[in-house]
Design a protein around this ligand. Structure first.
Ligand SMILES: *Cc1c(COP(=O)(O)O)cnc(C)c1O
Length: 370
């Protein structure tokens, strides 16, 4: 699905040098590379504070801890996402409230959001799924009206731009009270291990979160709050400092492949190609088709048989997962997600795809669906 080796080979000497420099400096933890990357990312995202941490799941958990969410508080998020989003809500003994998504963009459905708000609701977690932003302008308005926090799970859309109706443009993850991301190797800005970050423009929240990631310490060996140990490695930060300046070009390369797929597949009666909303750019963390003739599983297998990687994100809705089943849920409220799990199919998308590969993939699909 991704070609991390091909990408590495193009930047090998810079990466290797930066890794060796960290090793020779022996500043393995919280070294200058971590601080440097933090500053670079603050500038790129145009946010006041970036707090690096160990992974994208921690970033979500720590954000919720930093906002002071407490047991019983309801947190609304989507049914159609990676489990990390709901996992941390449950771990903190908050109450997850899963809602349906839009059938075209796969992002949070606004009517479902409005319907899910109760007096116990404290936060909304939109997930910018597969590389484009949820309708943040509307979500921020709803949040303001009901006095709710907005935590953007931006693990899949770093680099995407969101345009508000007044023309203001902001980066994905830089619009809510807090945003989070993951630097897992296959993400659009991936390191060579685990990594994550939290973003906010709120000085006080940033201060709170900087303590939480470091055992709740604001002064060495004085623990004011219960914290965690969640750090971005200096080696990973050094790698990310090389890759961040290339992120926009990486996103362009993904978009180019997506356009190639669109052109080849858009007119087929059994294929729905990805829909890009008019307020967000799409950075195609995934390129996800809907196969509407009931042959998704057969196509999935056929492509595998032809050595074409492809994947079903996600095969089971979160509300049906054993860990997250809840009597309050009603199947009728998840019509879109329940349909998507049977139709979606994600194709290889990355920075190193060439025309021959794209050609082979699209021809194999079209021949099969003929
Ligand atoms: C990858 C991902 C995460 C978790 O990131 P990790 O770094 O793997 O912990 C969270 N949310 C979404 C939507 C993701 O895709």
């Amino acid at each position: 699905m991704v070609d991390l080796k091909g990408q590495y080979e193009k930047i090998k000497s810079a990466i290797d040098t930066s890794i060796i420099n960290v090793i020779e400096s022996t500043a393995f933890v919280n070294g200058p590379e971590v601080h440097g990357f933090q500053k670079d990312l603050e500038e790129y995202l145009d946010v006041k504070h970036v707090i690096p941490c160990a992974n994208g799941t921690d970033a979500l958990q720590i954000s919720m801890m930093g906002l002071g969410l407490e047991q019983g508080d309801e947190v609304i998020t989507v049914d159609f996402t990676f489990a990390a989003t709901v996992e941390v809500i449950a771990l903190l003994k908050l109450t997850p409230v899963l809602i349906d998504v839009e059938s075209d963009t796969f992002n949070m459905d606004l009517d479902a959001l409005k319907k899910a708000i109760t007096p116990k609701t404290k936060a909304i977690v939109p997930v910018h799924l597969f590389g484009q932003c949820a309708n943040m302008e509307a979500i921020l308005e709803i949040a303001k009206e009901h006095n709710l926090f907005v935590i953007e799970d931006n693990a899949q859309a770093i680099g995407a731009d969101y345009t508000f109706s007044d023309g203001t443009v902001k980066k994905a993850g830089a619009m809510g009270n807090v945003g989070t991301t993951s630097f897992f190797p296959s993400k659009n800005l991936g390191c060579y291990g685990d990594g994550g970050a939290i973003f906010t423009n709120d000085d006080e929240l940033a201060h709170t979160i900087r303590g939480i990631v470091n055992h709740g310490m604001y002064r060495r060996y004085y623990h004011d709050v219960v914290g965690v140990n969640s750090r971005l490695d200096s080696v990973q930060a050094a790698i990310l400092r090389i890759k961040l300046p290339k992120l926009d070009a990486y996103c362009d390369a993904r978009r180019e492949s997506a356009h190639y797929y669109n052109d080849a597949l858009a007119n087929h009666p059994s294929i729905i190609t990805p829909v890009t909303s008019n307020f967000s750019t799409h950075v195609f963390h995934q390129y996800t088709l809907q196969i509407t003739n009931g042959k998704r599983n057969e196509l999935h297998q056929h492509l595998l048989d032809n050595n074409i990687p492809n994947a079903i994100y996600y095969p089971v809705p979160l509300h049906s997962q054993k860990a997250y089943v809840d009597d309050r849920y009603n199947e009728d409220d998840f019509k879109v997600t329940n349909n998507l799990i049977d139709t979606v199919l994600s194709l290889p998308i990355h920075t190193e795809l060439d025309k021959d590969q794209l050609d082979f993939i699209t021809k194999t699909i079209l021949e099969f669906l003929k």
